[in-house]
Design a protein around this ligand. Structure first.
Ligand SMILES: [Fe+2]
Length: 612
């Protein structure tokens, strides 16, 4: 037996992954255990979980991999600061002590983290190599082109190459400071959202605006080449030398200073969001076309933070040259932990790889699963009122009926998802046909901005009735955005078409309005019997009872909170919010029956989490 632990840490989204004889046995992000969103610290808890899942001790590990090369990264920081001295001095002074204390002594940190029990070697893969490995090795392809796009690793900000059998090879790189991820993050910052976290909000905001600034961005900010590579005019940006992303020159170009976080959103931010989203799609499409021309391959694997831009992914699939696309569900830096472990198994150790028609990601259900006995004793301890179902079919029928009755249901079953999306293991569910759900869930359950859209889970066999997806293209990881079919859309009135900004939300656009975004798009998760197990049964039951194959699926958390991991987290979130129902494996709790429901204060609960 060969056991390989992969670790990513110290930047954002620390995580651990365990690969045993080539099989992905466990993977989890540290934030889920520490309850600090995007927690970058050494993933002590995630490592302990991975080892426990396989019944291993640290000394039984054969290899430990780390997802990037800290010395190369340090060199990049030093060179950047020197190039921008003396302007870069304040941020230099802030960064260096952390590096001297922690990152340059990574081997020691890693050893201590493994309780000094692991005495074999550490392998350091390059950042984009880790992303590329996470994209190709679990994919269903024997050979594929690989494209990785993110903010920055050591020097690379994007890379491409090929994967064949048990080997990947990256042949080209785009280098810092010219970065698709940092470009998007600069606009995220400028629109008043948090960098490395609010990028999703910017993407969600884009359909409210007009892409008025596309030409301005292409004229002034970046020089975009036909192959998708570009150079940025760094006079407009401040991330090399300062503590902000954009410069005053940038402010002048976009008519004033950045939006203050939490202040009202104006048309300017919506138009800016629409514009940078359009430019990013253009960059990613050009990159995809170029990689296709260069490699001549029919399949594409994607990873890196930008691969979470599911609107761009949807366009690559619909408009791009590739026949098939696979995206690593943990496309951000958490997935680097998995990438480095798989790289060691295949590329360093030369083990044979046979691809499988689904993929090797196990539905990304790679996290902890609570035992029913544990749930029961916890529920008894807190005095909860619950009903336990012996039969899974009866459970699914019961819960599906509650969803059809427009109840909001917290749903926890099986192993937690690896990656930022909830995929039906730690989800909040609702009826997509409801005209109220979008607003109710944003305001009363998740306490987040009203403009944010919700995503659908749909039975894979019926996806084409609702969404314009390529035939035979599943989307089990919710990483593709597709248009709602014309036949499901409603005729809009004059009043409807005249609405602007967030007023657009008032328009009922389709017969599944809760998951139809203002531009008629939806971020689709297809659900199938092979991958999704009990979640599939739930959707099947909902379909039997209502005729509808689709429900709302949003992550089980409130704004700023990491997705729940344990029954305790789920119960606390259920009790503090206006959620109606909680399902923990086969235990069902109704809010109205809970004796101590009034004691839970929503404000106190929300205060624990920093706004994201
Ligand atoms: Fe990355």
């Amino acid at each position: 037996m060969t056991a390989i632990l992969g670790i990513s840490a110290f930047y954002h989204d620390a995580a651990a992954a365990l690969v045993v004889d080539g099989d992905i046995v466990a993977a989890a992000q540290e934030e889920r255990f520490t309850r600090k969103k995007h927690d970058p610290d050494f993933p002590q808890h995630a490592i302990e979980y991975c080892l426990a899942e396989a019944g291993l001790q640290p000394e039984e590990l054969d290899y430990v991999g780390f997802y990037d090369k800290p010395f190369l990264k340090f060199e990049r920081l030093l060179e950047t600061y020197l190039a921008f001295a003396p302007a870069g001095f304040p941020s230099f002074l802030r960064a260096v002590p952390v590096w001297l204390k922690q990152k340059l002594h990574l081997r020691r940190e890693l050893r201590q983290g493994l309780h000094n029990a692991y005495q074999k070697r550490f392998v350091f893969t390059e950042h984009h190599e880790s992303h590329a490995a996470s994209a190709f090795f679990p994919s269903p392809f024997d050979e594929a082109a690989i494209l990785t796009i993110d903010g920055v690793g050591e020097w690379a900000t994007a890379s491409y190459g090929t994967g064949r059998g048990n080997r990947i090879e990256l042949s080209h790189e785009l280098h810092f400071p010219h970065s698709p991820g940092l470009l998007y993050s600069a606009f995220t910052y400028f629109c008043g959202f948090r960098v490395n976290s609010g990028e999703y909000k910017l993407m969600g905001l884009a359909p409210y605006g007009e892409p008025k600034y596309v030409d301005l961005i292409l004229d002034k900010l970046i020089d975009l080449k036909a192959d998708g590579s570009f150079r940025m005019d760094m006079r407009y940006f401040n991330y090399c030398q300062g503590l902000t992303m954009t410069s005053r020159r940038f402010d002048r170009l976009f008519g004033g200073p950045p939006r203050k976080p939490e202040s009202p959103l104006t048309e300017r931010e919506m138009d800016i969001a629409a514009s940078i989203q359009r430019v990013t799609e253009e960059i990613m499409l050009r990159m995809a076309r170029h990689v296709h021309d260069e490699t001549g391959l029919q399949n594409l694997c994607l990873a890196g933070g930008c691969a979470l831009n599911c609107v761009a992914n949807g366009r690559i699939l619909r408009e791009g040259p590739f026949a098939d696309l696979w995206i690593q569900p943990a496309a951000g830096d958490a997935g680097g932990a998995l990438g480095t472990a798989l790289f060691i198994w295949y590329q360093l150790l030369g083990n044979e790889r046979t691809s499988n028609a689904a993929d090797a990601q196990h539905a990304s259900y790679l996290g902890p699963r609570p035992a029913e006995a544990e749930i029961k004793s916890f529920l008894d301890e807190v005095g909860a009122t619950y009903r336990h179902f012996e039969s899974e079919d009866e459970l699914c029928d019961h819960v599906a009926a509650l969803i059809a009755d427009e109840k909001v249901v917290g749903w926890m079953h099986g192993r937690m998802e690896f990656g930022p999306r909830a995929l039906g293991a730690r989800s909040i569910l609702g009826d997509a046909r409801s005209t109220e759900m979008q607003s109710v869930m944003n305001r009363k359950i998740k306490f987040r901005e009203s403009f944010r859209p919700f995503a659908p889970s749909v039975l894979e066999e019926r996806v084409h009735e609702l969404f314009d997806m390529k035939p035979q293209q599943p989307s089990p990881y919710m990483l593709l955005v597709a248009p709602v079919q014309a036949s499901r859309r409603r005729q809009l009135s004059d009043d409807d078409t005249q609405r602007t900004g967030t007023d657009k939300l008032k328009t009922i656009r389709s017969d599944v309005p809760a998951i139809t975004h203002v531009d008629f798009s939806a971020r689709v998760q297809t659900v199938d019997a092979g991958r999704h197990d009990r979640y599939y049964k739930l959707l099947k039951s909902f379909e039997r009872q209502t005729g509808s194959p689709v429900i709302i699926n949003t992550s089980f958390n409130v704004r700023g909170e990491p997705i729940v991991c344990t029954p305790q987290h789920a119960y606390r979130c259920f009790m503090a919010t206006n959620m109606d129902v909680l399902v923990l494996e086969r235990f069902v709790l109704l809010k109205e029956q809970q004796p101590n429901a009034e004691e839970h204060k929503v404000d106190a609960y929300l205060e624990q989490f920093q706004l994201d």
